[in-house]
Design a protein around this ligand. Sequence first.
Ligand code: 5GP
Ligand code: ZN
Length: 111
Amino acid sequence: MENCIFCKIIRGEIPSPRLYEDGDMIIIRDIEPKAKLHYLCIPKTHFALLSEMDGEKAEILKRCFAKIPTLEKELGLEKGYRVIINQGEDGGQAVHHLHIHLLGGEKLKDF
Ligand code: 5GP
Ligand code: ZN
């Protein structure tokens, strides 16, 4: 997507150090961390909402969720973390390219 900020990061048009990258995803630090450690796992395929998911996108997300726990130690999340996917207006989704927030590095407050 031409004007999508995460697609621009994926294409390298906006510099953002990648803590992990493979054919499906990148993992970067959130620019405005909401916890001591705050990462974004961003699938390389552009889609905004879980409701847009088809079989191929489901496979991509499956691989994202399989990869994340293998990186816990490397990312400093071995004591636990919170996984969030904001959806739409009420969910507070600001960037309309589906992404998985990983928050940790400290004891997080209850909802
Ligand atoms: P959302 O509210 O859509 O779930 O989350 C979007 C997240 O992307 C926010 O936490 C915001 O801080 C982060 N973000 C927005 N623009 C950039 C950017 O250019 N670089 C990085 N690393 N994070 C960004
Ligand atoms: Zn995008």
